[in-house]
Design a protein around this ligand. Sequence first.
Ligand code: PEP
Ligand code: MN
Length: 358
Amino acid sequence: MEINKVIEPTPGRGVVIAGPCSAETEGQVMQTAKELAALGQVDLFRSGIWKPRTRPGSFEGVGTEGLAWLKRVKAETGLKTTTEVAKAAHVYDCLKAGIDVLWLGARTTVNPFSVQEVADALKGTDIPVLIKNPINPDLGLWIGAMERIYKAGITRIGLIHRGFSYHGETIYRNVPRWQLAIEMKRRFPEVQMIVDNSHICGRRDLLAEVAQEALNLNYDGLMTEVHPRPDEAWSDAKQQITPAVFGELIENLRLRKPTANEMEMAKLTELRRQIDEVDNDILGMIGRRMRLADAIGEFKAERNLAVLQEDRWDEILRAATQKGKLQGLSAEFMERYLRAIHQESIDHQDAIVNKKMA
Ligand code: PEP
Ligand code: MN
């Protein structure tokens, strides 16, 4: 595949895509666009017109009417525009309205029928297309979507990393699994990779950190959801920020240049990131273990059983020391580690039993 850039970034900084999750009203769209344009740093204005909602009854987008608002954005601010398409009809409407770039959402990338329908509608055009990763961590679907769009004759294609759904507890809305996006970058080095920090984070306080992490990994830019009154947004309120806050976010980002030294840096960052992910997983598992200990505490309190049961502890220690050995972990470490975990479990159980007795 010979793929070209979707957007030429201004030298010295990455591609910047920003705008509301959804176009809600003409006023909201125009206000966001004007405030973003005033920052002088935005390459592309995003806004969802048709919203793929997980469950019916949520706001499903204003529909075709909103395309006229995006046209006005371009006419009055000069910002190029992009929106999500999932069906042939969306593509035709966008082409008619002069939208500059299209994107495929995560719920579309998972479905080859939908991707093919969009690809067929794109034949004979040369509009650039951004492709979000599929909801589930399956690189095949991501690559497949890119191939279908490419085969339709589109040569300006970019990727958006928006994280992956995860069954379990995590601080993210969609866990990044950086190594998957890095693998895509490795296989398709010429394809621009944009981080969608909004949908990875699902919350405002992590946005800057995730954006910086992506730049450290030599991503080409970011897509962030921006709303003039985030708390009142009709979709994804928790993750949206004001244009002013977004301005600060991009001011504070440090762009890395991929020189030889920086490549080494990226490699280190990648390994550290993997360590952070593992540490996160370990913490999540310890939390889970403590909640199980709590359940046992409740049960022991109900049945008036002793918190510490010696033979159980001996059994845990013996089994785990052996398993640790297989992982190359010393017996001393295993003992220290288990004692710490076990002590914390006992403290949890004690607290529960004491509360029940009080
Ligand atoms: C969006 O960008 O608003 C959106 C619906 O994202 P995703 O497809 O990544 O869920
Ligand atoms: Mn959104």
